[in-house]
Design a protein around this ligand. Structure first.
Ligand SMILES: NC(=O)c1ccc[n+]([C@@H]2O[C@H](COP(=O)([O-])OP(=O)(O)OC[C@H]3O[C@@H](n4cnc5c(N)ncnc54)[C@H](O)[C@@H]3O)[C@@H](O)[C@H]2O)c1
Length: 277
């Protein structure tokens, strides 16, 4: 997108952390902003911060795992603003356990929010965005854990790899839809992600107050979410597919790709030795 002022942005999980950071960065640039969050009070608090930028704002309670609720959310936003130019599917949660200890309900909850939430956002918004004239863009929040594996968060890694794949596919289809696509892959950002169980729905296991002091310390030393929001804003203007925020996450990404390329080298070697026989 070349112009943001006066356009409409939607951010799920906008009541905290990176979602709040993006919402405020977009409002700084003169965008009108609608946010949805399962935590009604948090969304209301961010609404007031957005309004301070003199733009139109809307905050709605939303559970992204509920497909009908996401459709109603989209309906309300199109009714209020008439258009959506920038959709950010950002709501996300995490659990921490080694592979053999992960409960079924943890797999279901993390995938329901992080993956189904993105799918529901695309289903509810894309057809109307496609039909609308002018520039449009989608930002899906994945993670550096969506491009390189991390231990003890397998459901999170699975859901974020899926979000990267969906975003890459949307990017490949951009000429069909006329909609740009970015995938946000941050390293540690100073948010409430470690305590995501605070907003866990009863139907998906109920609130979880388990603490993870080691990860919490790393997250507290992380990047300011508003800085992440401003990086995303610039990437949307520059039409970038991959948005990385932390240079130090390059190494683990390179290691993964080197392992993949080494496997192709072995594959080539096998093909050569078979054809030589
Ligand atoms: N913080 C990090 O270090 C980091 C790194 C990489 C990726 N991310 C991703 O950034 C995104 C935002 O997380 P954050 O770090 O800002 O955490 P956060 O907990 O501060 O914010 C997440 C927001 O999503 C909301 N939410 C949770 N479940 C929801 C649901 N079912 N429906 C709607 N809203 C829901 C929460 O209420 C909260 O306001 C997530 O997708 C996360 O995976 C975070």
């Amino acid at each position: 997108m070349r112009e943001l002022a006066g356009k409409v942005a939607v951010v799920t999980g906008g009541g905290s952390g990176i979602g709040r950071g993006m919402a405020l960065a977009f409002a700084e640039a003169g965008m009108h902003v609608a946010i949805g969050d399962i935590d009604r009070q948090a969304a209301q608090d961010v609404l007031r911060e957005i309004e301070r930028h003199g733009v139109r704002a809307l905050a709605l309670q939303l559970d992204v795992t509920d497909r009908d609720a996401v459709y109603a959310f989209a309906e309300r936003i199109f009714a209020e603003f008439g258009a959506v130019h920038l959709l950010c599917n950002n709501a996300g949660v995490v659990t921490f356990d080694p592979m053999d200890k992960i409960k079924d309900e943890d797999w279901r909850w993390v995938c329901a929010v992080n993956l189904d939430g993105v799918v529901h956002g695309l289903q509810a918004f894309l057809p109307r965005m496609k039909a609308q004239p002018g520039e449009k863009h989608v930002v899906n929040t994945a993670s550096i854990a969506g491009v390189a594996p991390h231990t003890e968060i397998a459901p999170y890694v699975a859901s974020k790899y899926a979000v990267v794949g969906i975003s890459e596919t949307l990017y490949a289809e951009r000429d069909q839809h006329g909609i740009g696509s970015s995938v946000l892959c941050p390293g540690n950002v100073r948010t409430k992600i470690v305590s995501s169980g605070r907003n866990r729905q009863d139907a998906l296991g109920g609130p979880d107050g388990r603490e993870h002091p080691d990860v919490q310390r790393q997250i507290e030393a992380g990047m300011d979410p508003l800085e992440v929001g401003r990086i995303v804003r610039q990437a949307v203007l520059d039409d970038e597919l991959y948005i990385f925020t932390h240079s130090d996450t390059r190494r683990i990404t390179e290691e993964r790709f080197q392992r993949i390329l080494a496997a192709f080298d072995r594959c080539d070697e096998r093909s050569r030795s078979t054809s030589a026989k």
